[in-house]
Write a protein that binds this ligand. Structure first.
Ligand code: MSP
Length: 524
C-alpha cells in the first residue's frame, strides 16, 4: 500500500451527546471510523476524519442543573472527557466539532436555515404532542410502552403544545427514496437500506424544526426570530458541513471534501441520517453523502448497556488494563460493523491471549529471536530466489516452494484485505491478516528453521527472510487496527511504516518486551 492518490476521503462519526461521559458504544463508533480513516490515508488519499460533540438541548440543561453547573461549563467539561478518550484510544480525527462553538459551528446551521427559508421549505405552525427529554424527541403513542412511558427512559413524556417552525420534508420524500433505491446514497448493510425504504413507503409528516426559547434556552437561535431555538436536526446534522467551513469565510475544506464518503452511525440514529439529513441537503441543493454505514450495538454480556442494569462498560478501564492496541483490536476484529457485538472480560481475554499475545506476538518474538541468534540480526534474501520463480508459486501446496511468501501475500492476503476494507467489513479484513499469521506459523512448522540451521544455513536464511517479509508487510495491514504495535514491528525489522517492500535485507533487533503481554487469569 502507501501509494499516491489524487482522491480525497471524508469520514465522520456521529457527534456525541455530552450529558454523560463516554462508554464503550461511543468508543466503538470512533475506533471503527478511525480504522477506516487510517486505511484510506495509507492508500495515499487525502483524508478528513471528523468527530465531535452534540451539546445543545433540554437534556443538557437538565443534566447541567443537576450537576449545579451552567450549561457551557458543563458541556466544556464533558466534551473534554470525549477528547481525552480519543487521546487514549489513539483516534486520529482531523477535527473535533462542538455544536456550542459559536465561531466554528453556528454559521453552518444559520446559513442552512436561511436557504431553507428562501426555498419556502420552512413554515410556522402549532405543534401538539408528546416529548421525551431523554430521547430529545417527539414521540407518538406507538413509541410508548403499555404504561404510556418511554420504553428507553422509563419516564412519562411531556405533553407539549407550542409554536414551532416545521421543515417541509414531504417535498423531498420521493427524491430521497430514489437516491437510496439506486444506491446514489448507499446504506449499509442491505437490511438497513430495506428498513429505510420501508419507512419511506408511508407519507412523511413534516418535521418540527425549532422549539420555543422559553422551553429550550440552550441552543442556536433561529435567524431572524429570537423567540425560537433551532431543534436538533438543523443544529446537529449540520455539523458534517459546518466543520468543513460551510457558512464561514474560506470554506475550502467544504469545497474539497463534501460530499462525505462515509457517515458512520449507530442503528438508533438511522432515520434522521438516512431521511432527514438527505432531505435537508436536497433542499439546500447540496450533494448527498455517498454512504451511510449503520453499525450495531455493543452489548455487555448480551445485554444492552444501561445505568439501571449497571453493566455500562467504561472504555478507559480496558485501555488502562490491557492497552490501547489491545482494546482497539477487540473492537476492530471481534465486532462486525454490520451487527451487534458483545464484550465481556472472558471474551476479551480469550481473543487477546489467542491472537495478540500468542498469534502475532509469538510469531514476531520467535522469528526475531531466531534472526538474532543465527544471523546476528542481519537476514538477507539469499541468492537461491529469483523473480520468475516467485511468479510460478501458487500458494501453499504440498510441494510448496519456500520462496513464496511475497507471492502469497500479493495474490491472496492483500486483495482479500482490500476487498473487505473497501466494503467496510473491517473485521473480515482483520481475519485475512490473522489467517496470514496462521500461514506464517505453518511455514515455520513446515520448514523448522530451528533444526535446519544445523544442516543448511543458506536455506535457513531464506526461510527466515520469508517470515520476516511476512511480518513486514503484515504490519502495514495491521496499522489501522493496532497502530503502535505495527510501528514496533517495523522498527524491530529495521524499517519504517509505509516503506515499500523491497528485496530488502532485514536488520532485526528483537524487542525488549513482548509485543503483547499475556493476560494471566488473576489479572483478568
Ligand atoms: N447526538 C446524537 C447523534 C447526532 S449525529 C448528527 C446521538 N448521540 S449519542 O451520544 O447518543 O450516540 C452517539 C453514537 O453512539 C450513536 O451512533 C449511537 O448509535 C452510538 N451508540 C450509543 N450506544 C451504543 C452502543 N451500546 N453500542 C454501539 N454504539 C452505540 O445519538
Amino acid at each position: 500500500m502507501n501509494q499516491k492518490s489524487d482522491k480525497t476521503f471524508y469520514i465522520t462519526t456521529p457527534i456525541f451527546y455530552v450529558n454523560s461521559v463516554p462508554h464503550t458504544g461511543h468508543a466503538y463508533t470512533s475506533v471503527l471510523a478511525d480504522i477506516i480513516a487510517r486505511y484510506h490515508r495509507s492508500l495515499g488519499e487525502e483524508t478528513f476524519f471528523l468527530s465531535g460533540t452534540d451539546e445543545h438541548g433540554q437534556k443538557i440543561v437538565r443534566s447541567a442543573e443537576k450537576a449545579g453547573m451552567e450549561p457551557q461549563s458543563f458541556v466544556d467539561k464533558n466534551a473534554k472527557s470525549f477528547q481525552d478518550l480519543y487521546e487514549k484510544l489513539n483516534v486520529s480525527n482531523d477535527a473535533f466539532i462542538r455544536t456550542s462553538d459559536r465561531k466554528a459551528h453556528f454559521p453552518g446551521p444559520e446559513k442552512l436555515w436561511r436557504i431553507f427559508e428562501e426555498k419556502g421549505d420552512i413554515y410556522k405552525d402549532v405543534y401538539q404532542g408528546l416529548y421525551c427529554i431523554g430521547c430529545e424527541k417527539f414521540m407518538s403513542e406507538r413509541d410508548l410502552n403499555e404504561e404510556g412511558k418511554c420504553p428507553d427512559h422509563d419516564e412519562f413524556p411531556q405533553v407539549v403544545e407550542e409554536e414551532n417552525y416545521f421543515f417541509r420534508i414531504s417535498k423531498y420524500q420521493d427524491r430521497v427514496r430514489e437516491a437510496i433505491e439506486i444506491d446514489e446514497l448507499q446504506i449499509l448493510p442491505a437490511s438497513k437500506k430495506e428498513e429505510v425504504l420501508g419507512l419511506l413507503k408511508e407519507p412523511l409528516e413534516d418535521i418540527s424544526f425549532s422549539r420555543p426559547v422559553g422551553t429550550v434556552p440552550w441552543g442556536i437561535p433561529v435567524p431572524g426570530d429570537p423567540t425560537q431555538m433551532m431543534y436538533v436536526w438543523c443544529d446537529a446534522l449540520s455539523n458534517y458541513i459546518s466543520a468543513l467551513g460551510f457558512g464561514r469565510e474560506g470554506d475550502k475544506n467544504f469545497q474539497k471534501f463534501w460530499p462525505a464518503d462515509v457517515h458512520i452511525i449507530g442503528k438508533d440514529i438511522l432515520r434522521f441520517h438516512a431521511i432527514y439529513w438527505p432531505a435537508m441537503l436536497l433542499s439546500a441543493e447540496l450533494p448527498l453523502p455517498k454512504k451511510i454505514l449503520v453499525h450495531g450495538f455493543i452489548t455487555s454480556g448480551g445485554k444492552k448497556m444501561s445505568k439501571t442494569l449497571g453493566n455500562v462498560i467504561d472504555p478507559n478501564e480496558y485501555v488502562e488494563q490491557y492497552g490501547t492496541d489491545g482494546f482497539r483490536y477487540y473492537l476492530g476484529r471481534e465486532v462486525s460493523p454490520f451487527s451487534d457485538g458483545d464484550l465481556t472480560r472472558e471474551k476479551f481475554v480469550e481473543s487477546y491471549n489467542g491472537n495478540l499475545a500468542h498469534g502475532i506476538g509469538n510469531l514476531f518474538s520467535r522469528t526475531t529471536k531466531m534472526a538474532e541468534k543465527y544471523f546476528n540480526g542481519s537476514v538477507a534474501r539469499t541468492s537461491g530466489v529469483s523473480a520468475p520463480l516467485l511468479q510460478d508459486a501458487v500458494g501453499f501446496g504440498e510441494e510448496a516452494p519456500i520462496y513464496h511468501v511475497p507471492y502469497y501475500f500479493e495474490h491472496r492476503v492483500l486483495p482479500e484485505y482490500m476487498e473487505q476494507m473497501d466494503a467496510l467489513a473491517v473485521n473480515e479484513a482483520a481475519d485475512a491478516v490473522w489467517d496470514f499469521v496462521k500461514v506464517l506459523d505453518g511455514y515455520i512448522t513446515d520448514y523448522e528453521p530451528f533444526k535446519l540451521i544445523k544442516t543448511d544455513k543458506e536455506k535457513t536464511e531464506l526461510v527466515l527472510w520469508n517470515v520476516l517479509y511476512g511480518l513486514y508487510v503484515l504490519s502495514d495491514l495491521l496499522a489501522p487496527f493496532i497502530p503502535e504495535a505495527a510501528k514496533e514491528i517495523r522498527h524491530s525489522l529495521g524499517a519504517k511504516l509505509g516503506d515499500t517492500p523491497t528485496e530488502t535485507t532485514f536488520t532485526v533487533k528483537p524487542p525488549k518486551k513482548p509485543l503483547f503481554q499475556k493476560i494471566e487469569s488473576d489479572e483478568a
